[in-house]
Design a protein around this ligand. Structure first.
Ligand code: GDP
Ligand code: MG
Length: 176
């Protein structure tokens, strides 16, 4: 089979200024720009994994709890939930988001909803207010994956998040 392809819809969620756009842009361009504005956008990014072409459609948007939020949750096959390790409120918000997503995806076994929890801004460790352990524990209790990353200083850490998600999706989504 030479033409195996897979499309994955990913939504990046989290409160304001946690680095959702920074992570997305870093994945797509390998760069950290610094300021991103409030754009609502779906980006496509393809790469090869074991000879298979994977296209990620990544929906990045400003924080909102409007009706569009519901739509995003339904549209997505997988979720990247971002908080800042320097922002306790953003971590609490991730906890709530997991519940919201799992109750919206009732047709899936709740253990099977692919969610990655991302603690961003790891480079700002001197301002840390959320321990790594707390992120790890939340992930363990909710069957999510967990990474701490720095969109600003570590491209590889960002790549790991999305590659991990793709690996998980490979087992879930049939090839088209
Ligand atoms: P969004 O609102 O979640 O999309 O957040 P942005 O991506 O716009 O980032 C908000 C602010 O945090 C910007 O000033 C970014 O430069 C900064 N930022 C994002 N990621 C990091 C990071 O990993 N480390 C540091 N130090 N700053 C970051
Ligand atoms: Mg943004």
């Amino acid at each position: 089979p030479l033409h195996m392809e897979m499309d994955v819809n990913i939504v990046v969620l989290g409160t304001e200024s946690v680095g959702k756009s920074a992570l997305t842009v870093r994945l797509l361009t390998r760069r950290f720009i610094g300021e991103y504005g409030d754009i609502e956008s779906i980006y496509s990014h393809s790469f090869l994994v074991d000879g298979r072409e994977i296209t990620l459609n990544i929906w990045d948007s400003p924080y909102s709890e409007t009706s569009l939020f519901e739509k995003k949750v339904q549209w997505a096959d997988a979720y990247v939930l971002v908080y800042s390790i320097c922002d306790r409120a953003s971590f609490n918000a991730v906890s709530r988001l997991i519940q919201t997503i799992k109750s919206a995806k009732t047709y899936l076994n709740t253990e099977k909803v692919p969610i990655v929890i991302v603690g961003n801004k790891r480079d700002l460790h001197h301002r840390r207010t959320v321990l790594s352990e707390e992120g790890r524990l939340l992930a363990l209790n909710t069957n999510c994956h967990f990474y701490e990353v720095s969109a600003a200083e570590n491209y590889h850490s960002v790549l790991t998040v999305f590659h991990g998600l793709v690996n998980r999706m490979k087992d879930i989504k049939p090839t088209t």
